[in-house]
Design a protein around this ligand. Sequence first.
Ligand SMILES: Nc1nc2c(c(=O)[nH]1)N[C@H]1C(S)=C(S)[C@@H](COP(=O)(O)O)O[C@H]1N2
Ligand SMILES: [Mo]
Length: 171
Amino acid sequence: MKNKKVIISLGILVLLVGVFAILNGNTVRDKKEGYENSQILIKSHDQEVSFNLADIEQLGPEDFTAQLKSSGKPAEDHTYTGVPVKALFDQANIKLAEGQSVNIKAIDGYTVAVDSSEILDDDHIYLVYQMDGRGLGNDKDGGSGPYQVIMRKDEFGQRWSKHVVEIAINE
Ligand SMILES: Nc1nc2c(c(=O)[nH]1)N[C@H]1C(S)=C(S)[C@@H](COP(=O)(O)O)O[C@H]1N2
Ligand SMILES: [Mo]
């Protein structure tokens, strides 16, 4: 009888692992699809709004100069075009309050956590889609887009997130 219990427990375990694998597979597929269609998700715990390039261009993009620091190369000045990440939250009608933590997630799993105060800070955290007047490309062509988040006030480039697919307020 002991054996029967073990077998039933194992059966349930295998079933649960399978269900979670399918759910996780769907999430990964959705992310990839969004990435390939140049979409980005702005999320809170109970809301999510998707933006495409046309939506972002409606928000009044700005040009600014920043220093690209890629590993193994000297820093280079480039002109970037994009919108403050705050403008995306405003447009999505998602309120960002002081003291919240926000995750910036890329298609390769690279995730940068920032404090909401940094996003509320003007002229700092931007979502960009052009460098020197041209699209950013993607992970397959050696580019950094279609969307990249740039921390204009950071001295180093680690928090510049390439291939961003989601910006979410943590619960
Ligand atoms: N999506 C994504 N963005 C990323 C990274 C990464 O691995 N994945 N690396 C970061 C680091 S550590 C640096 S220094 C800068 C520049 O990366 P590069 O040297 O590949 O150009 O990108 C940052 N953004
Ligand atoms: Mo780095």
